[in-house]
Design a protein around this ligand. Sequence first.
Ligand code: FAD
Length: 418
Amino acid sequence: MKVIVLGAGVVGVTTAYYLARAGHEAVVVDRRAGPALETSFANGGQISANHTTPWAAPGMPAKALRWLGKADAPLLFHPRFDPALFAWLARFLANCTTERMRTNTRKAMRLALYSRRELLALRAELGLEYDQVSRGILHIFRSPAEYERALPQVELMNRMGCFRHVIDVEACIAIEPALAAVQGDLVGGIYSPDDESGDAYKFTRALATLSTGLGASFRFETAVTAIRAEGDRIGRVETTGGPLAADAYVVAAGSYSPLLLRPLGIRLPVYPAKGYSVTIPLNGGGKVAPVVSLIDDEFKMVYSRLGERLRAAGTAEFAGYDDSVRERRARFLLAKALSLFPHCGDPDRAEFWAGLRPSTPDGAPVIGRTRYRNLFLNTGHGTLGWTMACGSGRFVADTVAGVEPELTFDDLTIDRFG
Ligand SMILES: Cc1cc2nc3c(=O)[nH]c(=O)nc-3n(C[C@H](O)[C@H](O)[C@H](O)COP(=O)(O)OP(=O)(O)OC[C@H]3O[C@@H](n4cnc5c(N)ncnc54)[C@H](O)[C@@H]3O)c2cc1C
């Protein structure tokens, strides 16, 4: 079977890999010059299957109001007339109830746990190297009130199949000694020993090369301009390199997926939520930089050690499709990273980056079938695309090929949005 995959981010490439491994002809089309050059390029690096709590939560509307107008707030709205954003926000608010949050956490977590298993299997099978660190994720808290609020969620998620420990400050320092200098600021932590971190860009590039070895092909610097339907099927895609046809099509175009789908009458509630990262070369400061991946609750930032680099990432900005790096936001991340680990590396050589998280209102991706018989979606992974890529790639590849998937994710199709 010939399958065209639209998008060569971490999600598109894993889908193509599983298709090629099963003996199908996967053709990946991307407008960029290589794989993972958009949102999968410099993300936070966490494989955080035990941290799948969606942004849409009961306390979020009040928090968002408190952050309004603060330039350094973790969440920023740029006032603009954008009906897609208004519609997305209305759905987001509807998901901010306790009941919906539980359901949404369960849906996302199931896929994330499956995905981590698939990632481990791929790594063992293929010997992939991507600066991975398998030493868990430590979520640190400085505010007693926020810590108190987070604890019931730990119990709930452990009941759903997660594995998270509530630990005191001393245990936090034992797990990550680089935090010793700030231990007076901490009130406690939540540790998930099974989680991991690694460089999504390196992983995607390596997997793209292996996919090529299995017969997949990549058409880079080729933008898809339209998807053409013929009745209840897709007949071809129009690209800047001419029309392309296949037996099946997978849309994995990240934040741009809704723009490709709208002319087909498919309204995909995915909106870009811009985030930033800063990557600091350690320059011998490795001993005072963290190795265990961290979540700093106070500033909603994550840290991952990627070989001789420290990556810090965070913030969410609703600014449409503007992916430019704003100096002030980027420098804020650098300042916070240096306040935790002042001598970890060379800040003058830090690299700043911004990317658009393809976010859904319920925090879970949109994967699987559509009303067109040969059109499939693998998109909308928001804050967890790296975490969920292998699981959703495997599931979508199985679904396209008509193979019974190991797990089904019927609750993650586009049908849930009506
Ligand atoms: C600051 C930040 C930190 C993050 N941290 C983490 C983390 O720690 N852990 C985690 O799991 N996730 C994290 N994420 C989320 C994760 O990076 C994304 O969910 C993931 O990269 C999405 O992958 P994707 O393949 O769907 O999209 P992308 O990587 O954006 O790939 C989509 C591809 O489609 C192509 N494309 C789009 N439109 C067209 C077109 N018309 N024609 C041709 N090609 C097209 C693009 O060029 C691009 O290559 C973070 C994101 C950000 C921004």
